[in-house]
Structure formats: C-alpha cells, structure tokens
Design a protein around this ligand. Sequence first.
Ligand code: HBI
Ligand code: FE
Length: 301
Amino acid sequence: MRRANREAEPQNPRNRYAGARRNADWTIDQDLPSYSAQEHDRWRRLYARQAKLLPGRACNAFLEAKTRLELSGDGIPDFALLSEKLSALTGWRVAPVAGLIPDDAFFDHLANRRFPAGAFIRPEAELDYLEEPDVFHDVFGHVPLLADPVYAQFLEAYGKGGRRALGRGQLHHLARLYWHTVEFGLIQSPGGLRIFGAGIMSSPAETIFSLEDSSPNRIGFDLERVMRTRYLIDDFQQTYFVIENFEKLLHACYQDFAPLYERLRAAPDIEAHALVEGDRIITKGDFHYFRAKGKAPASTA
Ligand code: HBI
Ligand code: FE
C-alpha cells in the first residue's frame, strides 16, 4: 500500500526508504506519491538556481540533453518516465536506490546501463552541501549526459572496468578516474572551459569556483596522472582535470587497465594540489581560497 501524500517533513529524510523493500540489486520502489510538497518545492528551487547558472558554463551536450529529456523543473522526476525517454536515446535507465550501495552492485548497474540514483532529496539544512548522493545530485547532475551516446558508452565501460578493478584490489585508482571526470571534470569547448562533472553540475558554488576562481589548478587530462591524484571530499577541488571531448576520454579508457595498474603499483600518489612534470597546465592555481582556510600546503604558495 502506498503512503498518502504527506505535507509534513519526514522525521529523517535520509531514512525515508529505511523500511522499504529492497531488491537483490539494491534497487527500491521510488514511491513517487510519498514525496511531500516541501520536497518537490526543494527540487524546484535547486533546479531553478542551477538552471540559471548553467548556460555558458555547462557543456553543450549536458544542456541539450537536459532539454531532450525534458527534465522537469516542476518537481522530483518520475524515474520510470525518465527511463523511458533516456532508454529510447541510449539504452540507459535510472534505477532508484536508497543511498550509497556496495561497489560491486554499483558497477554491475553501470555495466548494464542502469544508473543507480538516490531517491531521497537532501534535507533543507543541507541544501548546499551533502556527502551522500541524493536525487538532485544523481538525476540533475548525472543523468543528462547519459543521453550522449559517447558518454553513455564511457560510463558503461567504467562499470565493466570497476568489476575488474575490484577483483584486482585496485579500486582506489579507478575511483579517482571517476572522481576527476564523472564528478568533477571540465571539458574544452570553442567558447572556453565548460563543466561536465555531476558534482559540479549540482553545486552552484562549485559551478562558479571550478571555472572562474583563480585558486585551483586546471590541467589537461592524462589517464595515468589522474589515477595517481588524490582528491578532497569535503571541499572544492584543488585541481580540476580538463578533457578535450568525450571521444578522447572514451578512447583513453577503452583499453585493458591491467598494465596500467602494474605501473601504478610502483608510482607514488600525487597530492591534490601538486603539479608534476609533464602536466599540461591550463591555469596554475594561486590557492588563495584554500590558504585562507589553512588548507594549502606551503609548497603551493
Ligand atoms: N552508490 N548510490 C551510489 N552512488 C555512487 O556514486 C556510488 C555508490 N556506491 C559505490 C560507489 N559509488 C563507488 O564505488 C564509485 O564511485 C567508485
Ligand atoms: Fe555522483
């Protein structure tokens, strides 16, 4: 039986699906009627704020896909409806989950062109920042690019690579690739740098910071370099990687990573702020933002 449309805020929005029946693959029923009016309104506000910032900042593929998918600004989207539109374009679907799911289940979904998306929406108190992926981050941030055929192929390949990396105990290297591209990647365009990473796409502050602030480094994408680079999970990135286009990203990753992992075993990690020989520097960060917070190491000064 479905719950009635609630006006009141759930006690703990994160656990709204705690009692829900979960399938073996960690998916759940989205239970669309259960979202409160406030929750739909929160989506509306998040959407409107971001939609205003993205023209001229998000890559064209994202903006076009957002239109083609008719991603709704009116309220939390119906995953089933969105899946129908998306699967007609690239075969990808959106699968509702309650929150973070185990790595193997996550990769299995991606490898089968299903994007696991958090069905809950962030609480009002965490409008600007939360660590767990909610429906705004996952659906607004990640889903549009899945309508791009080349990106769609890249993420499927990533899922397949994930299963292999898990087997080899080298998930941390692959996870960095995800972080520095799928979540926080920038892309070149004729008009200048643009955003494609979902972590940026769903954050108004990082949308501006990643493109316009003088603090971070912005350097050309290099697969091995990216896999060696540490990242921050609780603040803006100190280094953003810039791809030329999705074809080149796919091409760089469409290979057996086994020899690469062998080399990486012996290669030291690179700190989040560091520049190394061979970097194609697009902008060298002045780190003023991080230094003000006591975060930048002296060597970057
Ligand atoms: N689960 N729901 C969800 N979303 C993710 O992005 C996610 C996950 N589980 C594991 C996971 N990511 C990581 O394995 C990868 O990002 C490397
Ligand atoms: Fe994400």
